[in-house]
Design a protein around this ligand. Structure first.
Ligand code: SF4
Length: 284
């Protein structure tokens, strides 16, 4: 959950999520849509899908226990080198080095070079070969770097490495703030009696697994509908991960739809189906 998502955002969701999915066996009776509903608001929904697939494999192949072998971990959907190493060192206290952005920055500054993650792993292996508590080691490296060897203003005065760090007291550029551009995006609310129109195979890239409102990106859909009136209902700015949008929502009225790739959902059923936060904001 924390991958490219802030601690604050995850904190607000975690308890509710864990109430619904307290352990691996609780996933057995659930569908992907149940998980997506609980994930709503966290973004990067392919993580939820990968988590769901991985837990299914863990339940079926590994009797509900996470494998502690790197090769088996890497075979699970969504688990790459970093996550496998984090599970091994933090979860199992085994020898493994999860090189995250913090550890990478700290080591590269101390050595004043830019090494690959494999090279950094070798440096750690040689430097700390007698370390026994890999769990504490990995976590402390991450925390030390994020709180002392900060990205733009490292606290070199307070750093225990300042005597031999090759980058000690260097000036690091502050992030230059660029003017953020918002992409214009339209979503359409189309009603028929007490039914609401959702599109299948939407073109908008972020919520493909969800029930999805039609948008101006769905060119084929637009070419198949004729409407007499387009009424603006709301307009707001919205961010999804590091993408910024100016969202305009319209009611399309008096229309004829000659398009198969849609589905109609009863308005009374809306709270029961998987919707991302953006569509909840539009529809609730
Ligand atoms: S001395 Fe400064 S640059 Fe070097 S590791 Fe410490 S905080 Fe980072």
């Amino acid at each position: 959950m924390l991958q490219q998502t802030s601690v604050k955002t995850v904190e607000n969701k975690l308890k509710v999520y864990l109430d619904k999915f307290p352990n691996f066996s609780s996933y057995r009776s659930k569908k992907l849509n149940d998980l997506l509903s609980s994930w709503s608001g966290l973004g990067y929904y392919n993580r939820a899908e990968n988590l769901f697939k991985s837990i299914k494999i863990i339940n079926e192949k590994y009797k509900g226990k996470i494998p502690s072998n790197k090769f088996e971990l890497l075979s699970l959907p969504g688990i790459g080198q970093y996550t496998a190493n984090a599970i091994l060192s933090i979860g199992f206290n085994k020898k493994a080095y999860p090189i995250d952005v913090n550890i990478r920055r700290l080591l590269n500054r101390i050595l004043d070079c830019t090494l690959t993650d494999e090279e950094l792993e070798r440096v750690l292996d040689i430097s700390f070969k007698n370390k026994r508590n890999f769990r504490h080691f990995s976590e402390s490296m991450m925390d030390y770097s994020s709180s002392i060897c900060k990205k733009s203003s490292p606290l070199c005065n307070e750093c225990i490495f300042n005597k031999f760090c090759k980058s000690a007291y260097k000036k690091f550029d502050k992030k230059i703030l660029k003017k953020i551009k918002h992409q214009n995006l339209e979503f359409y609310i189309i009603k028929k009696n007490n039914l609401l129109c959702f599109i299948k195979n939407p073109s908008f890239q972020f919520y493909k697994k969800f029930n999805h409102l039609p948008s101006n990106l769905d060119k084929k859909f637009i070419s198949f509908i004729k409407f007499a009136e387009k009424q603006k209902v709301m307009s707001f700015k919205y961010s999804i991960t590091n993408h910024r949008f100016k969202i305009n929502v319209y009611n399309l009225k008096n229309l004829k739809i000659n398009y198969q790739n849609i589905k109609w959902v009863k308005k009374t059923e809306l709270k029961k189906i998987a919707l991302p936060t953006l569509f909840k904001k539009i529809l609730y």
